[in-house]
Design a protein around this ligand. Structure first.
Ligand SMILES: [Zn+2]
Length: 346
């Protein structure tokens, strides 16, 4: 039986959750047929299961699609259908762990230089290239110097810093980030419209869509109810208390939180602080407690700046929060943010 993750795997770039910038870029490359000139790509992310391979499959399909629609594959032409059935002989997916030595990868690169029989493009995806030796991955420097072949290479990795610079600088590198919890909630509304699994999502989602779907599927295939528990509220309260008590403890608490819930923290702050009409994933009672603990003005200030500077990772978030911990009205928060490398967004 096909796993839920594969069953609902997006069929167009537009269906991919989040990653808006990457989707725009990939669609642009298809529209402009830029893959005819730039044939080497790196799709990276810090954790697996965020859609790199999915994007590679759609990219491959779109390259050979006879009737692309605004950069997306049509999913209707003969080539798209064959691709979806796994019958495209020129879509090749390998794992870097098995091709980690020079003598293993050389034949693959040689294959890339061969013509295809029907003039279509060959796409060779090599997953987990961080598991290849430096010498093996450096073999990719060779095809970069060639121009006249119809093979697109997509390397993927969860550790882009391990890729030697001379190789990396010759690739078009797209970094994939985990979809936001809001995106995930939207996805589940499509999969299971009558079921409220918000708490389950918020308690279990750690950035990997694949892992989350597999946790969910475990209950569905055994006919059990998906647990309704939420660790979210308690943890939020911990962070909140730390926030009120000072930055060193905030940092500590957030770091603890990070282990399991790194991708939710910015979201929590967003919900706390925006006071917007967004569906708040925190229960009303906890939200009210939070609001009574932090002075309104402080919430407002942090919220305003949060949206303006939007910290994008844990380190940034703790640094960002540290400017608000003194309890005094720091006029220079903005200056400090700018001096610390924050840039206004939007
Ligand atoms: Zn098509």
């Amino acid at each position: 039986m096909m796993s839920l993750y594969n069953e609902i795997r997006p069929k167009t770039f537009d269906d991919i959750l989040g990653n808006e910038e990457n989707k725009k870029i990939l669609k642009g490359i298809i529209r402009n047929k830029s893959y005819e000139i730039r044939k080497q790509y790196m799709f990276s992310s810090t954790i697996g299961g965020v859609g790199k391979t999915t994007a590679a499959m759609i990219f491959s399909k779109a390259i050979n699609c006879e009737n692309t629609i605004d950069g997306n594959p049509c999913n209707n032409c003969k080539r798209c259908i064959e691709h979806d059935k796994g019958r495209n002989p020129y879509f090749i997916k390998l794992n870097g762990a098995e091709y980690n030595q020079v003598d293993k990868i050389k034949p693959i690169i040689e294959m890339g230089k061969q013509k295809t029989f029907d003039g279509t493009y060959r796409v060779i995806v090599i997953d987990e290239v961080q598991r290849m030796s430096n010498q093996a991955i450096s073999e990719f420097l060779d095809p970069f110097e060639f121009g006249d072949y119809k093979t697109v290479f997509i390397l993927t990795t969860t550790n882009v810093s391990s890729v030697p610079q001379p190789v990396l600088s010759r690739l078009i590198n797209l970094d994939f980030t985990p979809p936001s919890p809001n995106d995930i909630i939207g996805l589940f509304k499509r999969i299971s419209p009558d079921e409220d699994v918000t708490n389950f999502i918020l308690s279990n989602y750690d950035g990997s869509v694949r892992d989350l779907l597999s946790k969910y599927e475990k209950y569905k295939i055994s006919g059990l109810d998906v647990p309704k528990y939420s660790v979210y509220d308690d943890l939020s309260m911990d962070i909140l208390k730390s926030l009120v008590n000072g930055s060193s403890t905030v940092q500590f608490s957030i770091m603890q939180y990070e282990d399991k819930h790194i991708y939710k923290v910015p979201e929590i702050f967003y919900f706390w602080m925006s006071g917007s009409d967004y569906k708040c994933p925190i229960s009303d009672s906890v939200l009210n407690k939070m609001r009574s603990l932090i002075p309104k003005k402080v919430i407002k200030d942090i919220s305003k700046d949060f949206l303006k500077y939007k910290p994008s990772n844990m380190e940034e978030l703790s640094l960002f929060l540290s400017f608000y911990d003194s309890g005094e009205n720091k006029v220079s928060v903005e200056t400090e943010l700018l001096m610390n490398g924050f840039r206004k967004v939007g």
